[in-house]
Design a protein around this ligand. Structure first.
Ligand SMILES: Nc1ncnc2c1ncn2[C@@H]1O[C@H](COP(=O)(O)OP(=O)(O)OP(=O)(O)O)[C@@H](O)[C@H]1O
Ligand SMILES: [Mg+2]
Length: 462
């Protein structure tokens, strides 16, 4: 166990030494000072868990020390010493964030007990926070489904990026989940309690975009009947999501860049500037480098926005996710009561995996919702899928039906993909041949039941 550090602040050296002796003997690492100004530096450098401080000291007010310490590290548990006559000020200190007070003179046991309680309180507070962080993390990411190595890699980067406050550009084809990821970034960032404001640069007409983004004062232009805050201002302290940022008109790019650099915004027709504090997450399915080369996108703005790049792979590059997503979307439809089916026929799964998904996850979601509405039996079949998917599925050619042979991605990825598919189909057929009896199936395949159950779970077979 790491040793907890206790900082003792009192203008009487005997008091500091006395406490230090008692607490060191109790196993704590103790540092002490008679100078409250030095104390603040010590909190910064030594990260104490508990601070014991006198309230009445000649030069500096104990309350001020309390305030500074809490500013530096809100998790420090503070105990104030107080003379019998100053109990009301001790009570005031507790109201201002001290954990406890002990009246002088006190016994060794009183001191040790107070420190133990303070440490316990701190431990609980930290545990609580870490739990909250975990929940928050889950909140942002629970909707993102996938288990392919490439998506996992992306999500790792997303989590790291979310914790920083850097601006982010998310690239990916249409429907790959750029907005989903942008929202997850916001939800798991320190700005999560502040607004997330999405601006679709492609769907707002150019002539409105400026007033939408920057807001306007009453009378700024014909029709500006009252003052309106812009989206940038609305996102203050939170996250501004610039969707399809490649569509931002050139003239606005300059203005946006200036706003981001100066961290101040002026409404149209306004005179005063207001400070804004933003994280900008942009998304694009266009090749920004090419837009820059063609003079359609400003390079300086690009560098400002693109501190971290997140590249979401197309669905066809992560076929392992297709089945998983298909089952998840099916589950959602079932939960809504919009679906009788419980699963997919192997040919249907094969067709889903063989499709190239130009519309990515959005397209897959639509296909499954449609299939759920059409399906008349327990299992969604080929007949429930759109024509272009049906014709791509060639029955009986499991080994070559999907794109295992393509050279997309690394050999290792391609191999794993192939193996996963093989395993899923094998186990599915195995179970079918043995009427769903896992023991029999396991025996026939020469593997143990545990493995069969693991694979059923892995491939979500029923
Ligand atoms: N990994 C995923 N898990 C679950 N749902 C997903 C995933 N990726 C995308 N989706 C869903 O697919 C749909 C499209 O996602 P989203 O709108 O985030 O994509 P996009 O990249 O912003 O698309 P576009 O470029 O067309 O704006 C949404 O319904 C979203 O919830
Ligand atoms: Mg989008």
């Amino acid at each position: 166990m790491t040793q907890e550090t206790i900082l003792i602040i009192d203008d009487e050296p005997e008091m500091v030494d006395g406490c230090r002796r008692i607490l060191s003997r109790a196993g704590y690492r103790c540092i002490g000072t008679t100078d409250p100004r030095e104390a603040v530096a010590l909190v910064r450098s030594e990260h104490p868990s508990v601070v014991l401080t006198d309230l009445k000291m000649p030069d500096v007010d104990g309350m001020q020390v309390l305030h500074c310490v809490r500013e530096i590290d809100p998790d420090v548990a503070i105990i104030v010493f107080t003379a019998f006559a100053t109990i009301p000020s001790a009570v005031a200190a507790v109201k201002r964030g001290a954990f406890d007070f002990i009246a002088k003179p006190f016994s060794m046991d009183q001191l040790k007990l107070a420190v133990e309680r303070a440490l316990e309180h701190r431990r609980l507070a930290l545990e609580n926070r870490s739990m909250r962080d975990q929940i928050q993390d889950a909140l942002g990411f629970e909707n993102i489904i996938g288990h392919s190595a490439s998506l996992m890699e992306v999500l790792k980067l997303v989590r790291r990026a979310a914790r920083s406050d850097a601006d982010i550009v998310i690239r990916g084809e249409s429907g790959t989940g750029k907005e989903l990821i942008a929202r997850a970034i916001h939800a798991s960032s320190k700005r999560c309690t502040q607004p997330f404001v999405a601006v679709d640069c492609a769907s707002i007409p150019d002539n409105l975009l400026e007033s939408e983004l920057f807001g306007y004062e009453k009378g700024a232009f014909t029709g500006a009947l009252k003052t309106k805050a812009g989206l940038i201002e609305t996102a203050n302290r939170g996250t501004l999501f610039l969707d399809e940022v490649g569509e931002l008109p050139y003239s606005l790019q300059v203005k946006l860049l200036r706003t981001l650099q100066e961290r101040r915004i002026r409404r149209l027709g306004g005179v005063c500037e207001t400070p804004v504090d933003l994280r900008v997450v942009s998304a694009t399915n266009r090749d920004l480098d090419e837009l820059i080369r063609n003079g359609r996108f400003r390079e300086d703005l690009y560098y400002r926005l693109n501190v971290i790049t997140i590249e979401i792979p197309a669905l066809r590059e992560r076929p392992g996710d297709v089945t998983l997503l298909a089952y998840e979307f099916l589950k959602k439809q079932r939960a809504k009561g919009d679906c009788e089916a419980r699963g997919f026929q192997p040919e249907a799964l094969r067709a889903l995996e063989a499709h190239s998904w130009p519309g990515n996850v959005r397209e897959l979601k639509n296909v499954i919702e449609r299939a759920c509405a059409l399906a008349e039996s327990e299992l969604i079949g080929l007949q429930d899928l759109p024509e272009q998917l049906r014709s791509a599925a060639i029955p009986g050619r499991i080994e070559t039906g999907a794109r295992e042979g393509t050279s997309a991605g690394s050999l290792k990825d391609a191999k794993n993909r192939w193996l996963s598919r093989f395993e899923a189909v094998y186990i599915n057929n195995l179970l079918k041949d043995h009427g769903g009896n896992v023991s029999e199936a396991a025996r026939a395949a020469g593997i143990d039941r545990k493995t069969v159950y693991r694979l059923i779970r892995k491939y979500r077979l029923r």
